[in-house]
Design a protein around this ligand. Structure first.
Ligand code: SF4
Length: 370
Protein backbone atom coordinates (compact mmCIF):
# COMPACT_ATOMS: atom_id res chain seq x y z
CA UNK A 1 0.00 0.00 0.00
CA UNK A 2 3.10 2.19 0.22
CA UNK A 3 2.88 5.24 -2.06
CA UNK A 4 -0.66 4.32 -3.16
CA UNK A 5 -3.41 6.90 -3.37
CA UNK A 6 -7.03 6.17 -2.59
CA UNK A 7 -9.33 7.51 -5.32
CA UNK A 8 -13.10 7.42 -5.51
CA UNK A 9 -14.53 6.09 -8.76
CA UNK A 10 -15.89 9.01 -10.77
CA UNK A 11 -19.42 7.60 -10.63
CA UNK A 12 -19.30 7.54 -6.82
CA UNK A 13 -20.08 11.09 -5.76
CA UNK A 14 -20.06 12.54 -2.26
CA UNK A 15 -22.94 14.89 -1.48
CA UNK A 16 -22.55 16.71 1.82
CA UNK A 17 -25.46 18.05 3.80
CA UNK A 18 -25.45 20.09 7.01
CA UNK A 19 -25.26 17.06 9.31
CA UNK A 20 -24.82 14.07 7.03
CA UNK A 21 -23.08 13.02 3.85
CA UNK A 22 -23.90 10.31 1.33
CA UNK A 23 -21.83 8.57 -1.30
CA UNK A 24 -24.11 8.30 -4.34
CA UNK A 25 -23.15 5.27 -6.40
CA UNK A 26 -24.59 6.45 -9.71
CA UNK A 27 -24.38 3.11 -11.46
CA UNK A 28 -25.34 0.88 -8.52
CA UNK A 29 -27.92 2.94 -6.67
CA UNK A 30 -28.49 0.32 -3.94
CA UNK A 31 -24.81 0.56 -2.99
CA UNK A 32 -25.17 4.25 -2.09
CA UNK A 33 -24.51 4.85 1.58
CA UNK A 34 -24.58 7.47 4.32
CA UNK A 35 -21.08 8.23 5.57
CA UNK A 36 -19.86 10.20 8.59
CA UNK A 37 -18.97 13.75 7.62
CA UNK A 38 -15.53 13.24 9.16
CA UNK A 39 -14.83 10.76 6.34
CA UNK A 40 -15.11 13.51 3.71
CA UNK A 41 -11.83 15.36 4.53
CA UNK A 42 -10.11 11.96 4.79
CA UNK A 43 -11.16 11.08 1.23
CA UNK A 44 -10.13 14.54 0.01
CA UNK A 45 -6.64 14.20 1.53
CA UNK A 46 -6.18 10.75 -0.01
CA UNK A 47 -6.49 12.24 -3.49
CA UNK A 48 -3.18 14.07 -3.19
CA UNK A 49 -1.30 12.33 -0.33
CA UNK A 50 -0.48 8.58 -0.25
CA UNK A 51 -3.06 6.85 1.91
CA UNK A 52 -0.55 5.43 4.43
CA UNK A 53 0.86 8.91 5.01
CA UNK A 54 -2.67 10.19 5.58
CA UNK A 55 -3.37 7.45 8.14
CA UNK A 56 -0.03 8.01 9.89
CA UNK A 57 -0.63 11.76 10.04
CA UNK A 58 -3.28 11.22 12.74
CA UNK A 59 -1.69 11.76 16.10
CA UNK A 60 -3.01 8.94 18.23
CA UNK A 61 -3.45 5.24 17.57
CA UNK A 62 -7.21 5.36 18.02
CA UNK A 63 -7.58 7.95 15.23
CA UNK A 64 -5.28 5.91 12.99
CA UNK A 65 -7.45 2.85 13.58
CA UNK A 66 -10.59 4.79 12.65
CA UNK A 67 -8.90 6.04 9.46
CA UNK A 68 -7.92 2.46 8.55
CA UNK A 69 -11.51 1.33 9.17
CA UNK A 70 -12.75 4.12 6.89
CA UNK A 71 -10.40 2.94 4.16
CA UNK A 72 -11.43 -0.72 4.58
CA UNK A 73 -15.09 0.28 4.33
CA UNK A 74 -14.54 2.31 1.15
CA UNK A 75 -12.59 -0.51 -0.52
CA UNK A 76 -14.98 -3.23 0.60
CA UNK A 77 -17.98 -1.34 -0.83
CA UNK A 78 -16.03 -0.64 -4.02
CA UNK A 79 -16.49 3.12 -3.81
CA UNK A 80 -12.89 3.59 -4.90
CA UNK A 81 -9.52 1.95 -5.43
CA UNK A 82 -5.84 2.19 -4.57
CA UNK A 83 -3.87 3.77 -7.38
CA UNK A 84 -0.28 4.50 -8.28
CA UNK A 85 0.68 8.10 -8.82
CA UNK A 86 0.66 7.85 -12.65
CA UNK A 87 -2.89 6.36 -12.61
CA UNK A 88 -4.03 9.19 -10.37
CA UNK A 89 -2.75 11.75 -12.86
CA UNK A 90 -4.49 10.06 -15.79
CA UNK A 91 -7.91 9.62 -14.18
CA UNK A 92 -10.65 11.14 -16.36
CA UNK A 93 -13.26 13.37 -14.77
CA UNK A 94 -17.01 12.90 -15.00
CA UNK A 95 -18.39 15.51 -17.37
CA UNK A 96 -21.04 17.34 -15.38
CA UNK A 97 -22.66 19.01 -18.41
CA UNK A 98 -26.23 17.91 -18.99
CA UNK A 99 -27.59 18.00 -22.51
CA UNK A 100 -30.49 16.34 -24.30
CA UNK A 101 -31.58 16.67 -27.91
CA UNK A 102 -35.25 17.35 -27.27
CA UNK A 103 -36.63 20.85 -26.63
CA UNK A 104 -39.22 19.35 -24.29
CA UNK A 105 -38.51 16.21 -22.31
CA UNK A 106 -41.85 15.68 -20.66
CA UNK A 107 -45.36 17.03 -20.76
CA UNK A 108 -48.50 16.87 -18.66
CA UNK A 109 -51.63 17.43 -20.68
CA UNK A 110 -54.98 17.78 -18.94
CA UNK A 111 -57.77 16.68 -21.25
CA UNK A 112 -61.44 17.34 -20.90
CA UNK A 113 -64.21 18.19 -23.33
CA UNK A 114 -63.00 21.81 -23.23
CA UNK A 115 -59.37 21.11 -24.24
CA UNK A 116 -60.11 18.04 -26.37
CA UNK A 117 -60.81 20.10 -29.47
CA UNK A 118 -57.14 21.19 -29.50
CA UNK A 119 -55.67 17.73 -28.84
CA UNK A 120 -54.67 17.07 -32.43
CA UNK A 121 -52.64 20.25 -32.62
CA UNK A 122 -51.16 19.77 -29.11
CA UNK A 123 -49.86 16.30 -29.97
CA UNK A 124 -48.44 17.37 -33.30
CA UNK A 125 -46.64 20.31 -31.62
CA UNK A 126 -45.22 17.98 -28.95
CA UNK A 127 -44.04 15.62 -31.71
CA UNK A 128 -42.16 18.47 -33.32
CA UNK A 129 -40.57 19.35 -29.98
CA UNK A 130 -39.43 15.70 -29.65
CA UNK A 131 -41.18 15.32 -26.31
CA UNK A 132 -40.06 12.02 -24.73
CA UNK A 133 -42.52 11.33 -21.92
CA UNK A 134 -46.14 12.36 -21.63
CA UNK A 135 -48.79 12.11 -18.95
CA UNK A 136 -52.46 12.65 -19.78
CA UNK A 137 -54.83 13.62 -16.99
CA UNK A 138 -58.22 12.95 -18.49
CA UNK A 139 -61.78 13.72 -17.66
CA UNK A 140 -63.15 12.33 -20.91
CA UNK A 141 -66.81 11.48 -21.08
CA UNK A 142 -66.94 9.56 -24.35
CA UNK A 143 -65.34 6.36 -25.55
CA UNK A 144 -65.08 7.90 -29.00
CA UNK A 145 -62.80 10.68 -27.71
CA UNK A 146 -60.67 8.22 -25.75
CA UNK A 147 -60.19 6.03 -28.83
CA UNK A 148 -59.39 9.10 -30.94
CA UNK A 149 -56.71 10.10 -28.42
CA UNK A 150 -55.19 6.58 -28.40
CA UNK A 151 -55.13 6.55 -32.20
CA UNK A 152 -53.34 9.89 -32.29
CA UNK A 153 -50.63 8.46 -30.03
CA UNK A 154 -49.85 5.53 -32.33
CA UNK A 155 -47.72 7.65 -34.63
CA UNK A 156 -46.28 9.94 -31.96
CA UNK A 157 -42.63 10.28 -30.89
CA UNK A 158 -43.38 9.75 -27.19
CA UNK A 159 -41.32 7.04 -25.53
CA UNK A 160 -43.56 6.60 -22.50
CA UNK A 161 -47.22 7.46 -22.06
CA UNK A 162 -49.12 7.47 -18.78
CA UNK A 163 -52.87 7.95 -18.45
CA UNK A 164 -54.52 9.23 -15.28
CA UNK A 165 -58.25 9.22 -15.82
CA UNK A 166 -61.52 9.75 -14.02
CA UNK A 167 -63.60 6.59 -14.06
CA UNK A 168 -66.34 6.38 -16.69
CA UNK A 169 -68.42 3.30 -17.47
CA UNK A 170 -66.90 2.94 -20.92
CA UNK A 171 -63.42 2.55 -19.34
CA UNK A 172 -63.45 -1.22 -19.11
CA UNK A 173 -60.44 -3.41 -18.39
CA UNK A 174 -60.71 -4.79 -21.92
CA UNK A 175 -60.63 -1.35 -23.52
CA UNK A 176 -57.53 -0.34 -21.55
CA UNK A 177 -55.78 -3.65 -22.27
CA UNK A 178 -56.50 -3.28 -25.98
CA UNK A 179 -55.08 0.25 -26.03
CA UNK A 180 -51.93 -0.92 -24.22
CA UNK A 181 -51.54 -3.84 -26.64
CA UNK A 182 -51.98 -1.55 -29.61
CA UNK A 183 -49.49 0.94 -28.20
CA UNK A 184 -46.87 -0.66 -25.92
CA UNK A 185 -45.51 2.78 -25.07
CA UNK A 186 -48.52 3.25 -22.78
CA UNK A 187 -46.67 2.27 -19.63
CA UNK A 188 -49.65 2.45 -17.25
CA UNK A 189 -53.23 3.67 -16.94
CA UNK A 190 -54.51 4.84 -13.57
CA UNK A 191 -58.29 5.12 -13.23
CA UNK A 192 -59.62 7.09 -10.25
CA UNK A 193 -63.01 6.86 -8.58
CA UNK A 194 -63.54 3.28 -9.82
CA UNK A 195 -66.19 1.08 -8.14
CA UNK A 196 -63.56 -1.48 -7.02
CA UNK A 197 -59.80 -1.59 -6.66
CA UNK A 198 -57.91 -3.70 -9.18
CA UNK A 199 -54.30 -3.69 -10.32
CA UNK A 200 -52.55 -5.39 -13.22
CA UNK A 201 -49.36 -4.68 -15.12
CA UNK A 202 -51.25 -2.38 -17.51
CA UNK A 203 -53.67 -0.56 -15.22
CA UNK A 204 -54.66 0.34 -11.69
CA UNK A 205 -58.28 1.03 -10.80
CA UNK A 206 -58.36 3.11 -7.63
CA UNK A 207 -61.50 3.82 -5.63
CA UNK A 208 -60.22 7.26 -4.46
CA UNK A 209 -61.13 10.24 -6.59
CA UNK A 210 -58.27 12.12 -8.25
CA UNK A 211 -57.24 15.58 -7.17
CA UNK A 212 -55.10 16.33 -10.22
CA UNK A 213 -53.92 19.78 -9.09
CA UNK A 214 -53.20 19.15 -5.42
CA UNK A 215 -52.11 15.54 -5.32
CA UNK A 216 -48.65 16.20 -6.72
CA UNK A 217 -45.18 17.21 -5.63
CA UNK A 218 -45.04 15.08 -2.48
CA UNK A 219 -41.44 14.63 -1.37
CA UNK A 220 -40.57 11.31 0.18
CA UNK A 221 -37.77 8.74 0.22
CA UNK A 222 -39.61 6.39 -2.16
CA UNK A 223 -39.30 8.96 -4.93
CA UNK A 224 -35.55 9.48 -4.63
CA UNK A 225 -33.64 8.69 -7.81
CA UNK A 226 -29.96 7.79 -7.91
CA UNK A 227 -28.53 7.53 -11.39
CA UNK A 228 -26.20 9.46 -13.62
CA UNK A 229 -28.73 11.37 -15.80
CA UNK A 230 -30.70 12.53 -12.76
CA UNK A 231 -27.54 13.54 -10.86
CA UNK A 232 -26.22 15.49 -13.86
CA UNK A 233 -29.55 17.20 -14.48
CA UNK A 234 -29.79 18.26 -10.86
CA UNK A 235 -26.37 19.99 -11.02
CA UNK A 236 -27.71 22.72 -13.28
CA UNK A 237 -31.47 22.24 -13.73
CA UNK A 238 -34.69 21.74 -11.83
CA UNK A 239 -35.37 18.03 -11.33
CA UNK A 240 -39.10 18.33 -11.93
CA UNK A 241 -39.61 21.26 -14.29
CA UNK A 242 -36.61 21.19 -16.60
CA UNK A 243 -37.85 20.85 -20.18
CA UNK A 244 -41.38 20.23 -18.92
CA UNK A 245 -44.51 21.82 -20.39
CA UNK A 246 -48.10 21.44 -19.25
CA UNK A 247 -51.61 22.40 -20.23
CA UNK A 248 -54.22 22.61 -17.51
CA UNK A 249 -57.94 21.80 -17.78
CA UNK A 250 -58.68 25.40 -18.79
CA UNK A 251 -56.21 25.20 -21.69
CA UNK A 252 -53.58 27.36 -19.98
CA UNK A 253 -49.95 26.65 -20.85
CA UNK A 254 -47.87 26.29 -17.68
CA UNK A 255 -44.64 24.83 -16.34
CA UNK A 256 -46.78 22.48 -14.25
CA UNK A 257 -50.59 22.23 -13.99
CA UNK A 258 -50.46 22.91 -10.23
CA UNK A 259 -48.65 26.26 -10.64
CA UNK A 260 -50.68 29.46 -10.57
CA UNK A 261 -48.86 31.39 -13.25
CA UNK A 262 -49.71 30.65 -16.88
CA UNK A 263 -48.07 31.61 -20.18
CA UNK A 264 -51.13 32.02 -22.36
CA UNK A 265 -53.87 29.75 -23.62
CA UNK A 266 -53.34 26.94 -26.12
CA UNK A 267 -56.17 28.18 -28.34
CA UNK A 268 -54.30 31.46 -28.96
CA UNK A 269 -50.66 30.50 -28.54
CA UNK A 270 -48.31 27.78 -29.73
CA UNK A 271 -46.21 25.75 -27.29
CA UNK A 272 -43.06 27.06 -28.96
CA UNK A 273 -44.16 30.67 -28.44
CA UNK A 274 -44.80 29.95 -24.75
CA UNK A 275 -41.42 28.25 -24.30
CA UNK A 276 -39.67 31.11 -26.03
CA UNK A 277 -40.82 33.54 -23.37
CA UNK A 278 -37.76 34.00 -21.12
CA UNK A 279 -39.96 33.71 -18.00
CA UNK A 280 -41.15 30.25 -19.02
CA UNK A 281 -37.64 28.83 -18.75
CA UNK A 282 -36.75 30.49 -15.41
CA UNK A 283 -38.21 27.55 -13.48
CA UNK A 284 -36.26 25.07 -15.63
CA UNK A 285 -33.01 26.23 -14.06
CA UNK A 286 -33.86 26.61 -10.38
CA UNK A 287 -31.53 23.97 -9.04
CA UNK A 288 -31.47 22.33 -5.63
CA UNK A 289 -28.16 23.98 -4.71
CA UNK A 290 -29.98 27.35 -4.80
CA UNK A 291 -33.06 26.37 -2.83
CA UNK A 292 -33.26 27.38 0.80
CA UNK A 293 -32.74 24.44 3.18
CA UNK A 294 -32.46 21.94 0.27
CA UNK A 295 -28.98 23.36 -0.40
CA UNK A 296 -28.04 22.03 3.08
CA UNK A 297 -29.53 18.58 2.46
CA UNK A 298 -27.55 15.48 1.51
CA UNK A 299 -30.52 14.16 -0.52
CA UNK A 300 -30.57 17.19 -2.84
CA UNK A 301 -29.18 15.45 -5.92
CA UNK A 302 -31.55 12.47 -5.68
CA UNK A 303 -34.67 14.44 -4.76
CA UNK A 304 -37.44 15.52 -7.16
CA UNK A 305 -38.07 19.19 -6.66
CA UNK A 306 -41.46 20.87 -6.58
CA UNK A 307 -41.99 24.58 -7.30
CA UNK A 308 -45.81 24.53 -7.14
CA UNK A 309 -46.09 23.90 -3.39
CA UNK A 310 -43.40 25.83 -1.56
CA UNK A 311 -43.00 27.26 1.96
CA UNK A 312 -43.14 30.86 0.79
CA UNK A 313 -44.98 31.45 -2.52
CA UNK A 314 -43.35 34.91 -2.71
CA UNK A 315 -39.89 33.34 -2.79
CA UNK A 316 -39.28 31.07 -5.82
CA UNK A 317 -36.23 29.67 -4.02
CA UNK A 318 -38.05 28.44 -0.95
CA UNK A 319 -38.23 24.79 0.06
CA UNK A 320 -40.97 22.38 -1.14
CA UNK A 321 -43.64 22.58 1.55
CA UNK A 322 -44.49 18.88 1.19
CA UNK A 323 -41.08 17.76 2.48
CA UNK A 324 -40.83 16.36 6.01
CA UNK A 325 -37.04 16.22 6.26
CA UNK A 326 -34.95 18.46 8.49
CA UNK A 327 -31.35 18.26 7.22
CA UNK A 328 -30.03 20.29 10.19
CA UNK A 329 -30.66 17.36 12.51
CA UNK A 330 -30.95 14.52 9.95
CA UNK A 331 -34.50 13.57 10.98
CA UNK A 332 -37.80 13.01 9.14
CA UNK A 333 -41.07 14.30 10.53
CA UNK A 334 -42.52 11.55 12.72
CA UNK A 335 -39.11 10.11 13.66
CA UNK A 336 -38.10 10.11 17.34
CA UNK A 337 -36.24 13.33 18.13
CA UNK A 338 -37.61 15.30 15.14
CA UNK A 339 -37.61 19.07 15.67
CA UNK A 340 -39.13 21.74 13.45
CA UNK A 341 -36.95 24.32 11.71
CA UNK A 342 -38.09 26.96 14.19
CA UNK A 343 -37.10 24.75 17.12
CA UNK A 344 -33.67 24.39 15.49
CA UNK A 345 -33.28 28.16 15.05
CA UNK A 346 -33.62 28.02 11.26
CA UNK A 347 -35.78 30.96 10.23
CA UNK A 348 -36.60 32.02 6.70
CA UNK A 349 -37.33 35.72 6.38
CA UNK A 350 -37.83 37.93 3.38
CA UNK A 351 -34.14 38.71 2.92
CA UNK A 352 -32.43 35.44 3.79
CA UNK A 353 -32.32 32.30 5.83
CA UNK A 354 -30.95 32.71 9.33
CA UNK A 355 -29.40 29.68 10.97
CA UNK A 356 -28.55 29.43 14.65
CA UNK A 357 -25.52 27.17 14.33
CA UNK A 358 -24.89 27.00 18.11
CA UNK A 359 -28.44 25.88 18.80
CA UNK A 360 -28.25 23.21 16.10
CA UNK A 361 -24.89 21.99 17.43
CA UNK A 362 -26.29 21.53 20.91
CA UNK A 363 -29.45 19.81 19.59
CA UNK A 364 -27.35 17.43 17.52
CA UNK A 365 -25.19 16.67 20.51
CA UNK A 366 -28.30 15.67 22.47
CA UNK A 367 -29.77 13.72 19.57
CA UNK A 368 -26.74 11.85 18.33
CA UNK A 369 -24.35 11.57 21.30
CA UNK A 370 -23.71 7.89 21.94
S1 SF4 B 1 -34.88 19.19 2.24
FE1 SF4 B 1 -35.09 19.54 0.01
S2 SF4 B 1 -33.57 18.16 -0.91
FE2 SF4 B 1 -33.87 17.46 1.18
S3 SF4 B 1 -35.41 15.84 1.06
FE3 SF4 B 1 -36.50 17.81 1.46
S4 SF4 B 1 -37.04 18.63 -0.54
FE4 SF4 B 1 -35.50 17.03 -0.87
Amino acid sequence: MKNKFFLLFEDCRIVEGYTNAIIYDLNRSANSNHIPKSLVPFIEKCKSIPVLDVINSYENVEEQQIAQEYLDFLLEREFGFLADSHVKDQMGKLNLDYETASTVQNAIICCNDHTFKNINSIISQLNELLCEDIEFRCVIKSEENFNALCNLLNDSVFQTIIFRMDYEEFLTEKLIENCSLQNPRISHTFVYGAPVFKETEQFTFLTDKADYYNDCGKINKDKFVINQPFYLESQSCNTCLHKKISIDFEGNIKNCPSMHHDHGCIKDKSLVAAIDEPKFKTAWFIKKDEIEICSDCEFRHMCLDCRAFIDNPENPYSRPSTCGYNPYIGKWLGEAGYKSFEECGVISNEQSLSIDHDKIASLNEELWAE
